[in-house]
Every structure is written in structure tokens, then in C-alpha cells.
Design a protein around this ligand. Structure first.
Ligand code: PLP
Length: 428
């Protein structure tokens, strides 16, 4: 198929959605207060942000970023390898390593480029990589050239164990096995069974574990130290990867490990680190300020969990199909893609910002609205969201009882089967 024909497939879909007035993506936010945003002059409650701790609007974080611009300028002026390396980069790397419980960390300019660069430079054709099948697109992108890659059933350590055993039993196997999982899965909000995955190391001492903790950092563990800390398996995780684009209210990514030589290698071989500009000073200082705040104010994380529990209970009580987990990501199953678009549009019209995830990000017929809690949400905002959701759930017949009635008693598709979703490889 020719290039323009391929592109027309997507542009045709977006055009139809725009013509129908239900296209939900790329909404231009003109002002943000964190838990509320303005779009086209309309003020909305934000219930879909990854700024889980609300730190993007914390006065101390903003001041740190502003001061960084005054002392270091707005751009880095080069890659870290050459002219863009700043003392604050090194400071941030030390603080991050200590925060997640590792000896050393290496920064990248985004989380995506961390996975791309790190996975892209570490593996050889004889290595075997085993991914949770719901892993993020950046992980699969980083593994693009990997010869031997397998997936295991989402969040199922038994499935992972069987795959590792069968690969290692091959007579010619002489490589490294790397297991990769997310800490909190970005779409389903599921928390990885890190205790069980960590225990695989007893069975396979040579196994290496790579934890992408983009959504777990700042959210789980003591003072938000992440999913490995939460499960007490920091030691078992050889690599902990994180981003600043979620709870750390900035942009940037890092990889942390006790394998000092491997990190030295990554620093000099990761293509997205060597051939890309350094993290700007403002983003660097914002992330540093977030670590300071997390260490001093663990109650922010506690409040996030209290809000999440409250919302999860209320959604469940009103009959919505939601997943059960500790994470602030609460996807609500809607049904068909079209219904999810209409639902999101009405939410928008009623002053709520939350976006749909559709096939192939989730299985067909299980489109969802991805909601996410923030520790800075106010009671009045949460109450408003719940009132609107309750009304709309009845109207759109998305409650468990509606779906059971509509399917004539047959078991309706549950939110738990989001676990069967393919990873967010593409949105449309
Ligand atoms: C699990 C996971 N890993 C990596 C990334 C990429 O992070 P960043 O937004 O910093 O590029 C994301 C972003 O959504 C993510 O959810």
C-alpha cells in the first residue's frame, strides 16, 4: 500500500470523528491550574492527568524551574556528552539513585527515549527478552531490533517462569534473559506482581529484571519511592527506569541500577542520550524539587491513596466496571469505541476532562475512559465528577446491571479483561 493510502486510513477516521463532533484528542489547553484546565474558554475539572501529586503547580517546583532558567538559560546548548552537561544533571542522578535505592542513575530527555536508548544498546542477538504483553510502546520500540523476544500473560509470574525455563533449556542458549515489566500499567492501572516476579530470581539466578516504573514513582512505596520499594524487591530489580512526566511534574527520564559498569556503558552508548540534547535546566530543577518535596511530605502520597480509594469505592458503588488496584489510574469500561467517544464528548461538555482509550490500545468492544486521581483534587471537584458520572452511567447504560440486562444474562465483558489488552502501540 502506498504511503498516502496508509495515512488516509487514519486521517479518514479522525475526519469522521471531527465531522461528528466527537473527536476527543489533542484538545488545546490554554490554561492550567492542575486539577482544572481551560479549553476554548471553558473551565473543566481535570480527571485524566498523570500529574498524580499535583506538583506541576506547586509554587516551590515552579520557582525552582524559573530560577534554573535564570541561572542556566532555557536550552542546554548540546548533548551531555559534549557541551550540555550540567552540574545539576549529576546532582539529580545522585538524588534519583538514592531515592529508588540504587547506586547510580543515568538521565535521558524523556521516559520514551530512556527505554529506547537503554534497551536499544544493551541487548545482543543471543539475549532473550521477555515482556509483559501489556508493556508500554516505548519498551517495544526499544526492543525493535531484538531477535529473541517473547511475551508473558499480563501480570502472571507463572507464565513468565514457564517461558524463561523453556528458553533456558534450549541447548544453544548462552545469552542473558531480561524480563521487562511496568510497575503500574499505564492504561489498566494494574500494579505488577513484583513480589512474584522478584521471586523468579531464586529459580533463575541469572535472570535480569527491568522495571519501568513511570507510573509507580511518586505513587507507591515509602514517600513514593516506587513499586519495587512497595514490594520490598529493589534488590531483585536490576534496572529501575522512571520518568518525570508523571508524578515528578516535569519531563525527562532515567535508568537506575547497582550495575555500575552497565550504567557507564549506557551513558556512553545509549543513542538517545548521546545524540540528543541534554535535559533543560528547568526540567532538571523541577524534578529535583519534587524529590525534596516527596522526602519532606510523604502525606501527599497518602492523600493520593485516600482520594483514589474514595473514587474507586464510589465508582464501584454506582455500578461502574472498574479494575481493582492500588493505583490512581481508574479506567472505566464503556463498551464500543463510538460510545466511548460520545461519552467523553458529553463529559467535556459537562466540564470534565477525561479521555477514551479505544482499540487497539484496549481489546475491541472494551473501550474505556481513563480517569486518574491527583492528591490535589478538592472535595468539590471529586463530588462534581461523581455526580456527573452517576447520571451519565445510567444514561449510557454502562453500569454492570445495564450491561448484564442488555446482554440478556450473558456474562458481559469485564474491566478485568483489560488485562488482555495489547499494549498502547498506537491509538487509532
Ligand atoms: C509505562 C511508560 N513508560 C514510558 C513512558 C514514556 O515516558 P515519557 O512520557 O517520559 O516519554 C510512558 C508514558 O506514558 C509510560 O506510561
Amino acid at each position: 500500500m502506498k504511503l498516502h493510502e496508509r495515512c488516509q486510513k487514519v486521517s479518514g477516521i479522525t475526519r469522521n470523528l471531527k465531522d461528528a463532533g466527537i473527536y476527543p484528542y489533542f484538545r488545546p489547553i490554554s490554561r492550567s491550574w492542575g486539577t482544572e484546565v481551560e479549553v476554548a474558554g471553558k473551565r473543566l475539572v481535570m480527571i485524566g492527568s498523570n500529574d498524580y501529586l499535583g506538583l506541576a503547580h506547586d509554587a516551590r517546583v515552579k520557582e525552582a524551574a524559573a530560577q534554573a532558567i535564570y541561572s542556566m538559560g532555557t536550552g542546554p546548548g548540546g548533548s551531555r556528552f559534549l557541551s550540555g552537561n550540567m552540574a545539576i544533571h549529576q546532582n539529580l542522578e545522585e538524588r534519583l539513585a538514592a531515592f529508588v535505592g540504587k547506586k547510580r542513575a543515568v538521565l535521558h530527555v524523556t521516559g520514551f527515549s530512556t527505554n529506547m536508548g537503554v534497551l536499544g544498546c544493551l541487548l545482543t542477538p543471543s539475549d532473550y527478552v521477555l515482556c509483559d504483553r501489556e508493556n508500554h510502546a516505548s519498551i517495544f520500540a526499544g526492543l525493535g531490533g531484538t531477535k529473541k523476544m517473547g511475551t508473558f500473560v499480563h501480570n502472571d509470574a507463572g507464565s513468565a517462569s514457564r517461558k524463561i525455563a523453556s528458553e533456558m533449556a534450549k541447548p544453544d542458549f548462552d545469552g542473558q534473559v531480561l524480563l521487562i515489566t511496568e510497575g503500574i500499567f499505564s492504561m489498566s492501572g494494574d500494579v505488577a506482581v513484583m513480589d512474584e516476579l522478584g521471586a523468579l530470581k531464586k529459580q533463575f539466578p541469572e535472570l535480569l529484571i527491568y522495571l519501568d516504573d513511570a507510573h509507580g514513582l511518586g505513587v507507591l512505596g515509602q514517600s513514593g519511592r516506587g513499586t519495587a520499594n512497595h514490594f520490598g524487591v529493589v534488590e531483585q530489580c536490576d534496572f529501575i527506569m522512571g520518568t518525570f512526566s508523571k508524578a515528578f511534574a516535569s519531563i525527562g527520564g532515567f535508568i537506575a541500577s547497582d550495575h555500575i559498569d552497565v550504567l557507564e556503558y549506557i551513558q556512553h552508548q545509549s543513542r538517545t542520550q548521546i545524540f540528543s540534547a541534554a535535559l533543560p535546566a528547568a526540567s532538571t530543577m523541577a524534578a529535583l524539587a519534587c524529590i525534596d518535596i516527596l522526602e519532606a511530605e510523604p502525606e501527599r502520597v497518602e492523600r493520593l491513596h485516600a482520594i483514589t480509594t474514595r473514587m474507586r469505592n464510589a465508582y464501584r458503588d454506582m455500578g461502574l466496571r472498574i479494575t481493582e488496584s492500588l493505583s490512581p489510574i481508574i479506567p472505566i469500561t464503556i463498551g464500543t469505541d463510538e460510545k466511548a467517544f460520545m461519552f467523553a464528548q458529553e463529559l467535556f461538555e459537562r466540564g470534565i476532562f477525561a479521555l477514551p482509550a479505544i482499540y487497539p490500545a484496549v481489546p475491541r468492544g472494551q473501550a474505556l475512559i481513563r480517569t486518574a486521581c491527583m492528591s490535589t483534587h478538592e472535595d468539590r471537584q471529586l463530588e462534581y465528577v461523581l455526580d456527573v458520572m452517576d447520571e451519565m452511567a445510567r444514561k449510557y447504560r454502562i453500569r454492570v446491571q445495564d450491561q448484564d440486562e442488555d446482554s440478556g444474562g450473558e456474562e458481559a465483558v469485564g474491566a478485568s479483561s483489560i488485562a488482555g489488552a495489547r499494549s498502547s502501540q498506537s491509538l487509532l
